[in-house]
Design a protein around this ligand. Structure first.
Ligand code: SF4
Ligand code: ZN
Length: 339
């Protein structure tokens, strides 16, 4: 992440807007505030607290499963929620890393999450594709199955990780899943959906209850990604910086780069987009449930289940009684850039 020098320079001898005493380390261009390190960290926690209350994301007695990949956003979320939830003695926090089975890469991330969660006194669990689906991502990629299905490894990874999080949450008795989607992620997801011509765009990271479904919330949805990165840095949070071997330049990355460029010129742009776009969203319609996993979907079986079955078939591991779930071969347009 690159920093605009105007955001980090010592603000010409002026003092922190909040405490009026310490030297600012960050100039928040969209609000005109200058913040010292201490006030910046407190302010981020406070803004997440307000986001949770404004959108009613968490309940006082929730068992909150934090989806922790080992990146800066998810570890910062873990730390921030640990501070906020200390005021709610009936709530519980657990950290879960989904191990997709990417030769060595996710194991190292999981070790990082485990150490960090343990330093915060938060129970940690690792669950993986192997356990839920009987195959690993590396196995799928090495066999060239992604090419046969016309999708890239990240698409398989993203769609199946999302399902794995739901399975993990049910297994661990979580009442809500907290993901580390930042303001940038939420805006990117809306833009991608718009560009795909989706008609039924659903709110991202807002709590939607449904029988048998563990809701997902994004407590960082109003915080720009660069501020989460700065928070992680100032808190000294150790996060995984190595790149996944399957990473590639996706449409999501291109939109992210465009938005970063646009927001650098118009710092309030992401907030303006989010506010106006969410105002236009129609209330979500009642959805069907996947005949296999029970998650909401507009089809008979959801995309994740369809993809899982197609991979099992390609690996020659599809049980005859599972085969009837797979009515057609998935194709690239079904999954590309799934949020
Ligand atoms: Fe998965 Fe792609 Fe991320 Fe690697 S880069 S962890 S394959 S989504
Ligand atoms: Zn399903």
């Amino acid at each position: 992440m690159s920093w605009d020098s105007a955001e980090l320079k010592p603000c010409n001898g002026r003092k922190c807007t909040f405490c009026g005493a310490r030297t600012p380390i960050y100039y928040r261009r969209y609000s005109g505030e200058m913040l010292c390190s201490t006030c910046f960290k407190k302010n981020i926690v406070e803004r997440v607290r307000r986001t949770i209350s404004r959108y009613d994301l968490l309940r006082p007695d929730d068992r909150i499963m934090v989806a922790a990949s080992g990146g800066k956003d998810s570890l910062a979320l873990l730390k921030i929620l640990q501070i906020i939830e200390a005021d709610f003695p009936k709530s519980e926090l657990i950290a879960v890393t989904i191990d997709e089975g990417i030769g060595g890469y996710r194991e190292r991330a999981a070790e990082l999450v485990e150490r960090f969660a343990s330093s915060l006194g938060i129970p940690f669990y690792k669950m993986g594709f192997e356990e839920f689906y009987g195959f690993t991502l590396s196995e799928v990629v090495e066999a060239g199955i992604h090419r046969r299905l016309g999708v890239n490894p990240c698409t398989i990874c993203g769609v199946l990780r999302r399902k794995a999080l739901s399975l993990a949450a049910r297994k661990l008795g979580a009442t809500v899943i907290a993901t580390a989607h930042t303001l940038d992620d939420v805006v990117n997801t809306y833009l991608l959906n718009l560009l795909k011509g989706e008609r039924n765009i659903k709110p991202v990271g807002l709590r939607r209850e449904g029988e048998g479904v563990v809701p997902r919330v994004a407590p960082l949805r109003l915080i720009p990604e660069r501020e989460i990165a700065l928070y992680a840095y100032l808190e000294g949070i150790p996060f995984q910086s190595e790149t996944c071997p399957y990473t590639h330049s996706s449409m999501r990355d291109r939109i992210r780069n465009f938005m970063a460029w646009y927001a650098a010129h118009k710092p309030e742009a992401l907030y303006a987009f989010l506010k106006n776009f969410e105002r236009m969203l129609k209330p979500p319609k009642a959805e069907n449930r996947c005949a296999i996993c029970g998650e909401p979907t507009s089809r008979r079986i959801c995309r994740a289940c369809e993809l899982e079955l197609a991979i099992k078939r390609a690996l020659g591991r599809l049980d005859p009684d599972e085969a009837e779930g797979l009515e057609r071969e998935p194709h690239v347009g079904d999954y590309e850039e799934e949020a």
